[in-house]
Ligand binder design. Structure first.
Ligand code: HEM
Length: 417
C-alpha cells in the first residue's frame, strides 16, 4: 500500500468517489489510522467532524451511548442539502427512526421488534428464505451461464427477504427497490437531498396503506407489529411508524446485497479461498462473517458528544460530531491478522464492525447472516467455475455502497438441483 496520498485528505474522506474505489479508500484510511487516527476533518461543503478510524476507538464511542448520541447528526450530508432539508421538512433530521433516536426512546422503539429480529425467531424464516435461494439459483441456471450478478441476482434476493419480513406483495418489489436505491444512492451520492426527500415521501404513502390493511387484517409480519404498536399504552406516532417501516425496508437490502456480490467477487479473486470453502462447507458461517468484514457496506455513522471527553488521545468538545469509519476499523491490523487478506476461515472475522456495535448494533444482523449463508450454500452446491466476465463497478456513495455491476460467467453443475 502506497505511503503517499495526493489531494486534501479532508476532501477525500467525504468524496463519494473515494467510496467507489476500495483502493483509494484504504490508501487514505490506512494513512489516517497510522498518522492521525482521530482526525479533525473540515471539508469545504460539510460541517466539520472527527473521523474515528481505529477499531478500538470506534468501539469505545459506540459503547458509550450516554456520552455519544445519535441525535442530531447520523450521516454525511452537505451543508447545502442540510439547508434544503430544513426548508422542505422543517428539520435537519431526515427521519425520526431508530438510528436517529437515543435512550430512553431508542430502547422503547427497538424493543418493539427486537424479539422478532432475534437469531432464534429469525430461524423461523429459514424455509422461506431457502425457497427464495433455490428460486434465485434457478434463475442463474436459466440465464445460461452468465449474468450481471450484482444487478440481476444480489440486488433482488435480500429485497425479497425484507418484503417477506414486511409482508409486501411481490408486485410491489420493483417499487421498493427503486425507492431504497434512490434513497441510499442520494445519501452521500450524486442526486443529493432532493432525490432523498422524494423517495421518503413515496415510502410514506405506500406504508400508510400497509398500516390500514394490517389493522384490519393482522398477520405475523413486522408490518403488523408496527401498525398496532403501543409504547406506555399509547399508539406510536404516524411519523415514527413510517420512519420505522422505512428503516426496515431500506436498511436491509442494499447492505446485504453488497455483502453478497462483494463476497462472490472476493471468492473469484481468491480461488484458493473458493476451493477451501467448497472443500469444507462447514466454514460457511465464518466465511459469511468474512464477506461482511471484507465488504463493510455501511461506510459510516455519526455520533455527537454530550460532554467534553477524550477519544484516541484527542480532546473532544461537547457538541462535536464523530464519524465512525467502519471499513477502516475492519482493516485495523491491531485486531485483524493480515487485514488485507481475504480468508474464509479467518478466526477473527467475527470482530468486524460492519454491523456497528453496542445499543444500535444492526437490528437485522442475524437475518443478514442467515440470508447470505443460505444463498451461498445453494449457489456453491449447484454452480461451478465462477469467473469475471467484465469489469466490476461500484456505487459512488459515502454512506452505503457496494458493487453495482459484477459481470460473471459460471457453469451449472450437471447434477442440477
Ligand atoms: C450485511 C448487511 C447489513 C449491514 C452491513 C448493516 C449495517 C448496519 C449498521 C452499521 C448499523 C448501525 C449500527 C450502529 O450504529 O452501531 C445498522 C443498523 C440497523 N440495521 Fe443493519 N445492516 C445490514 C443488514 C440489515 C438488515 C437485513 C436489516 C433488516 C431489517 C437491517 C436493519 C437495521 C436497523 C433497523 C438498524 C437500526 C438499529 C438501531 O439503531 O437500533 N440491517 N445496520
Amino acid at each position: 500500500m502506497s505511503d503517499t496520498l495526493s489531494g486534501n485528505i479532508d476532501e477525500i474522506i467525504v468524496d463519494p468517489k473515494t467510496y467507489g474505489d476500495e483502493h483509494s479508500y484504504h490508501r487514505a484510511f490506512d494513512r489516517l489510522r497510522r498518522d492521525d487516527p482521530v482526525h479533525w476533518t473540515e471539508p469545504k461543503d460539510y460541517r466539520p467532524f472527527w473521523a474515528v478510524t481505529r477499531h478500538a476507538d470506534i468501539m469505545a464511542v459506540e459503547l458509550n451511548a450516554k456520552n455519544f448520541l445519535n441525535d442530531p447528526r447520523q450521516f454525511l450530508v452537505t451543508r447545502a442539502d442540510e439547508d434544503l432539508l430544513l426548508e422542505q421538512t422543517g428539520s435537519h433530521k431526515f427521519a425520526h427512526n431508530l438510528v436517529a433516536m437515543d435512550d430512553p426512546e431508542h430502547r422503547a422503539f427497538r424493543s418493539l421488534t427486537s424479539a422478532w429480529f432475534g437469531a432464534k425467531s429469525i430461524r423461523g424464516l429459514e424455509e422461506e428464505i431457502a425457497a427464495l435461494a433455490r428460486e434465485t439459483v434457478d434463475r442463474m441456471v436459466e440465464m445460461g451461464g452468465s449474468c450481471d450478478f450484482a444487478a440481476e441476482i444480489a440486488a433482488w434476493f435480500p429485497l425479497r427477504t425484507i418484503m417477506i419480513v414486511l409482508g409486501v406483495p411481490r408486485e410491489d418489489e420493483p417499487l421498493m427497490l427503486h425507492l431504497s436505491q434512490k434513497l441510499f444512492g442520494s445519501v452521500g451520492g450524486v442526486d443529493g437531498m432532493a432525490g432523498m426527500v422524494d423517495a421518503f415521501n413515496a415510502f410514506n404513502d405506500y406504508f400508510g396503506k400497509v398500516t390500514e390493511d394490517r389493522r384490519r387484517n393482522p398477520r405475523g409480519d413486522v408490518a403488523t407489529i408496527l401498525a398496532t404498536a403501543t409504547i406506555d399504552g399509547e399508539p406510536i406516532g404516524e411519523a415514527e411508524r413510517n420512519a420505522y417501516y422505512l428503516i426496515v425496508a431500506a436498511a436491509g437490502h442494499d447492505t446485504t446485497s453488497s455483502s453478497i456480490s462483494g463476497g462472490l467477487l472476493a471468492l473469484i479473486q481468491n480461488p484458493d479461498q473458493m476451493a477451501k470453502l467448497r472443500a469444507d462447507p462447514a466454514l460457511i458461517g465464518t466465511a459469511v462473517d468474512e464477506f461482511i468484514r471484507w465488504t463493510s457496506p455501511v461506510k459510516h455513522f455519526f455520533r455527537t458528544a454530550v460532554a467534553d471527553c477524550e477519544v484516541g488521545g484527542k480532546q473532544i468538545r461537547a457538541g462535536d460530531n464523530l464519524m465512525m469509519c467502519y471499513p477502516s476499523g475492519n482493516r485495523d491490523a491491531s485486531v485483524f491478522d493480515d487485514p488485507y487478506a481475504f480468508r474464509v476461515d479467518r478466526p477473527d472475522a467475527r470482530k468486524h464492525l460492519s454491523f456497528g456495535y453496542g445499543p444500535h448494533l444492526c437490528l437485522g444482523n442475524a437475518l443478514a447472516k442467515l440470508e447470505i449463508r443460505i444463498l451461498f450454500t445453494e449457489m456453491l452446491r449447484r454452480i461451478d467455475d465462477f469467473e469475471l466476465a467484465g469489469d466490476p463497478a461500484w456505487v459512488e456513495a459515502s454512506f452505503v455502497s457496494g458493487l453495482k455491476h459484477l459481470p460473471i460467467r459460471y457453469k451449472v453443475r450437471e447434477t442440477g438441483a
